[in-house]
Write a protein that binds this ligand. Structure first.
Ligand code: AMP
Length: 213
């Protein structure tokens, strides 16, 4: 199973990615975590990216693409499945992932879109900042990351929809409810993914299932 997760900061991408990774027994590839790890270890990459992370700016494409190629190559050893969280952030990255993944025979089966309104994710990130003390969970940086998401990341969804691999889920509920809905949808799709070529697929939008208050 090869899943890419896309959604605004604070949508719960890391939480849902970890659940999917455990359920399907595939490696979790999180670009934010990998970059934070470089910073914590003080590597050359860490020194190069630290100020981008602190300001909530996107790290240059070449750096994240190199990091991703390494992670994809490692994932081959465990069967070639993955859950990718935090990338692509730009259309350029989306094309780069497609190129690398095509070369390795690992293109994404499902692009999972975690859909949430700005108010919900802003509230969650401020709550997270009280616990995790991440340098990028301050109010101005949160706003900047949300603006970046809408401007450069959200447009990528249309490309995934066009490819017929987009699965959209409303995440303004508890993590457990969202997780259940995602796993059920992926389990239903699983037998079809190997037999149905990309060009015959249709995108799926589950947001209408959410009861409105
Ligand atoms: P995240 O943990 O996914 O919210 O990412 C935290 C920060 O890491 C982002 O605000 C960016 O500074 C950087 N980052 C993570 N993934 C990417 C990416 N694909 N492209 C550029 N910057 C990234």
């Amino acid at each position: 199973m090869r899943i890419g997760i896309i959604g605004p900061p604070g949508a719960g991408k890391g939480t849902q990615a970890a659940l999917i990774a455990a359920h399907f027994d595939v490696p979790y590839i999180g670009t934010g975590d990998m970059l934070r790890d470089h910073v914590a270890r003080g590597t050359d990459v860490g020194r190069a990216v630290r100020s981008y992370l602190d300001r909530g700016e996107l790290v240059p494409d070449e750096i994240v693409c190199d990091t991703l190629r390494e992670a994809f190559t490692d994932a081959i050893a465990t069967g070639g499945g993955y859950v990718l969280d935090g990338m692509p952030r730009t259309m350029n990255q989306a094309r780069a992932i497609y190129k690398v993944a095509s070369e390795l025979g690992m293109t994404t089966d499902v692009a999972l879109h975690l859909k949430a309104d700005d108010e919900t994710v802003r509230r969650r990130m401020l709550a997270r900042s009280a616990v995790e003390h991440r340098s990028d969970d301050t109010e101005p940086v949160i706003q900047h990351r949300l603006d970046l998401y809408h401007r450069v990341t959200e447009p990528i969804l249309a490309w995934y929809a066009f490819r017929g691999i987009l699965l959209t889920v409303d995440v303004t509920r508890t993590a457990a409810q969202v997780g259940r809905e995602i796993l059920v949808a992926l389990e239903v799709m699983r037998p079809l993914l190997d037999s149905c070529p990309e060009k015959l697929r249709r995108s799926v939008d589950l947001t209408a299932l959410t009861p409105t208050a």
